[in-house]
Design a protein around this ligand. Sequence first.
Ligand SMILES: NC(=O)c1ccc[n+]([C@@H]2O[C@H](COP(=O)([O-])OP(=O)(O)OC[C@H]3O[C@@H](n4cnc5c(N)ncnc54)[C@H](OP(=O)(O)O)[C@@H]3O)[C@@H](O)[C@H]2O)c1
Length: 312
Amino acid sequence: MQLNRGAPPPQIGLNTGIAARELVANEREGATGTPGVPSARSDVRRGRWRQSLRRPRCGTMSGMSPSDVVLITGGGSGIGAGLAGALHARGSQVIVAGHGRERVEAVAARHPGMQAEVVDVADPEQVAALAERVGQRWPQLTTVISNAGIQHLVDFAGPGPLDIAELGREVDVNLKGVIYVANAFLPLLKAQPRARLVNVGSGLGYVPLAAAPIYSSTKAAVHSFTIALRLQLKNSTVQVVELIPPVVVTDLHRHLDRIPPRAMELDDFVDAAMVGLDAGREEIVVGLAKALRIFSRAAPSLGLKVVNQKAN
Ligand SMILES: NC(=O)c1ccc[n+]([C@@H]2O[C@H](COP(=O)([O-])OP(=O)(O)OC[C@H]3O[C@@H](n4cnc5c(N)ncnc54)[C@H](OP(=O)(O)O)[C@@H]3O)[C@@H](O)[C@H]2O)c1
């Protein structure tokens, strides 16, 4: 869906003088002195900053196991379908829940034993009804991956006004949907000896893409909501995880003329996400989303320029 589209959207690109790969490597290796990136004020602070990037923040939990029973919203395509396939291949019971019946049923049909459910995550009554159905059929549910999302290009600089219903829909699906899913499924998850809720954010939650202002702000809000939820649930049996993708080749970008540059292949993303889930990590930041996290902390203005530069 595209709202009031004017000039072609800027593409997410990371090809400034500073190589994003170097930034990510620095985070991993703990190297210092990347040209062009302001360093932290003192060695002590820099050391703490690096440690905080590496260390899980609250209680940890062991990773995914084949005995997990997993519900994935937005499981009818892209990242949700990819994770569903990977988890099903390991022997987990997987339920894909999505908006379009045909899409979720097609995914389930490709994986014998996988189940499909239809839900609009923006409708709290539908989400509550789904939790009720799932709780009755799979009371041992251990994992919910709150992945459903949509992205619109929205141009407030155009003649406007924009369509209010369309503007609100992005907030309803991407933010309220995540809240409704958490609210409806937490009672079930809290009843398990070990469980996890995985919210899918975005690198654009760290640094906004101007062409997708509502999308970016909903993902920033999902990041904040997930941190708050993690703190609230720190003494519970539920681990609260945020999975933060970079640009990945999926239908999310169907409104664009071409695949964004440097987009990660879906299979590579799923492999990386599974490594994070297996390790029991609370923030799974994948690929170039790591560079956006560093930009947001160390050089926000530069990050904004990099994300919003036009592709060559
Ligand atoms: N691909 C990327 O570059 C990227 C980057 C960062 C974050 N993400 C996030 O990753 C998640 C998955 O996106 P994707 O890239 O895999 O895109 P996608 O292929 O378009 O998948 C999104 C899924 O969400 C479903 N969905 C949309 N609205 C829904 C609703 N109201 N209720 C239930 N399901 C709904 C869609 O189902 P229908 O098609 O049937 O409506 C679709 O299957 C999203 O949260 C997205 O923001 C993606």
